[in-house]
Design a protein around this ligand. Sequence first.
Ligand code: IVH
Length: 674
Amino acid sequence: MTDSNNVETEIERLREAINHHNYLYHTLDTPEISDVEFDRLFQALKQLEADHPELITPESPTQRVGFAPLDAFTQVQHEMPMLSLDNAFGEEDMRDFDRRVRSRLGDDKEIVYVCEPKIDGVAVSLLYEGGRLVRGATRGDGTTGEDITANVRTIEAIPLTLRGKGYPERLEVRGEIYFPRSGFSRMNEEAEAAGQKVFANPRNAAAGTLRQLDSRETAKRPLTMFCYSIGLVEGGEMPDTQKAILDQLATWGLRTNPLTEMRTGVEDCIDFYHQLLEQRPSLDYEIDGVVFKVNAIADQETLGFLTRTPRWAIAHKFPAEEGVTILRDVEFQVGRTGAITPVARLEPVKVGGVTISNATLHNMDEVGRLGLVIGDTVVIQRAGDVIPKVVGVVEDQRPASFRRISLPEACPACGSEILQAEGEVIARCTGGLQCSAQRKESIRHFASRLALDIEGLGDKLVNQLVDHGLIESPADLFHLTEEQLVGLERMAPKSANNLLKALAKSRQTTLPRFIYALGIQEVGESTARNLARHFGDMAPLRSATLDELQAVPDVGPVVAEKIATFFHQENNNRVIDDLIASGVTWEVISNDAASDALAGQTWVLTGTLTSLNRNEAKTRLQALGAKVAGSVSSKTSFVVAGDAAGSKLTRAQELGVPVLSEEALLELLESHDG
Ligand code: IVH
């Protein structure tokens, strides 16, 4: 394609196709092409734009990756205030609301209401000018919010340009941005595995993600949005009912909630409430009630507003997913880094259809804040998929005899002293790897998939190995013999052999995996990789000063301190030396090699990659100096063919371009990691 007009047409065609498929996927929930095919379109567009950067526009679907961090958010004055809703807590409140509406409208007829799920996320306003998204803002106090445009632009469900025609010149769309439950659990599991902070519930996660100053971080999270109303409208007309407005928004590509229904009369609205309450557990988003809105805009105008709430709408709240039960005991669990977590043992109780007998109490500050004693009647809450928590105490039901809760002085697993550092909320067992609980957790971590990936070394086996005194540290794993193993429960000679083979295989690892496997506080997989790249080998990392550590991307003073402390502990050094002596090896990363090993090469990725996603594969290839292209030509150096690779693979074969499997790609990437 030499003619620049052709390139422009092709870019336009690809953008339209991508926007169309995004609309089918996000707004209508009826995708017509596979993720792989979508990715192909996307990569093709990216490649053309990379070759013709002058043709990139801010509205291009490729421009959702986020930008460099902001220093702070600027404030936004809402041109029309963002109001809140009055609440109904029961059916009688609903009937009262309906009576007020009818008497004000002077109508004997039943009112038509639009019934919408009340999404438990973050309220935002989107401003479109000439069909282009020009601003995204939080609700704030209703009058002044924060400009979160850069973050909002990364959310795929939010169109950067409206589809079709007929939209007003200036249109403000309002709705709720939320974190899907599934994505939330996944994110928390990953954060937990990396020893990072977890979010309490999907709403906090959505709010936290939207308040990220670095929109590239927001882009990594699966936020999405439901639109439920409009604000400012200039230079155009909108339909005259709430339902028609929602339908109109959907035709312009804005995502609206599919469970929305029109109901006539308050009794049918109450039925809708019960219907939705039943559906609630099966939804991939959290809802905390139903919003009922008078459908006719003319009626809404007649009804008007109170100070902060409209008279034409009400939120009928669902009962919180809460339960009340008795606190039978508090036990203290010991985590990988020695963190002591009080766990409530409860009289089993059903909350939201799930029986709960344990709940986390987080830390002793929380126990103090709740003023909790054993024997108390407590209120527990389930939020998303996270572990239930104790949120309150019913004080007047405290029994005459109760037990106070105090932090044990000695670790329940190893008897070492428990200390709480000045200014920290977390108390820790000081036993380090002497502590069987910490030992078990750190061995589990060491063997986990992203660490040394030792196949067949499950939780139960780790417990047995530690409890039988066969291993004390990860290094001891490599001294295990077949004889020792077959002596264990449910361990046939064949499985023992398999485990020994897996252990032998895992000795040959990579530096990032090894660093991650050590389980240093705050060092997750990506920090481990950065450390490996920066230092190239263990020796310089072990002796690095705080300043040197802070020169590594993503390592700030807190993380640097944790790393330095880890390498100052004799015990940790002994384990590392022992691991090296037991034959654990990796390739040293030479600094020059790391950045230009693949310089001058053009790679094409096609098909579905299973163990790393395409973006990750791409970034890692680029980090080695390769260019990653969207289409195969005679200039392509290598094609990586994942599952169900199609035309690009055929093309590569026709042109005689070497084709690599995903495994081969992984091997190559790892060999350059160290
Ligand atoms: S309408 C004037 N519809 O609930 C009407 N709000 O308590 C303004 N919310 O701040 C809101 N789902 O964040 C409306 N379908 C829905 C909603 C909804 C969730 C939130 C919104 C608002 C709060 C009001």
